[in-house]
Design a protein around this ligand. Structure first.
Ligand code: ZN
Length: 113
């Protein structure tokens, strides 16, 4: 992977991190308590699904931060299974993947059987 490709990937990841930070900031405004200490979302089911969404965002956020760290190392972009380089197009679409498309396909087939 060239330094240029790596910095482009970093931009993609950083952009997603920024989106999450903004989305969660909006979420806080709509889902916390109002000035009287009353929950803004009263309906239990709605509050639960809203919290699930927030946890999903938190997980993705942590995943992306770890990814930024991994990008500092030489073995970033190398398939964990076969050791081949993961194609740059695949990484641009799925920056957090640890497998090349061949190995991922094989794993999915194995799981389906
Ligand atoms: Zn592979």
């Amino acid at each position: 992977m060239t330094a240029e490709q790596l910095s482009r990937l970093r931009e993609i990841v950083q952009a997603e991190i920024n989106e999450i930070v903004q989305a969660v900031a909006v979420w806080r405004d709509c889902n916390g308590q109002d000035e009287n200490g009353v929950q803004r979302i009263q309906d239990h089911t709605a509050r639960m699904s809203s919290l699930e969404w927030k946890y999903g965002m938190d997980r993705r956020f942590q995943e992306l931060l770890r990814l930024l760290c991994r990008m500092e190392h030489d073995d970033f972009g190398v398939c964990e299974e076969c050791g081949e380089d993961i194609s740059i197009r695949r990484l641009e679409l799925l920056p957090t993947t640890s497998f090349c498309s061949t190995c991922m396909g094989r794993r999915e087939t194995a799981r389906a059987v």
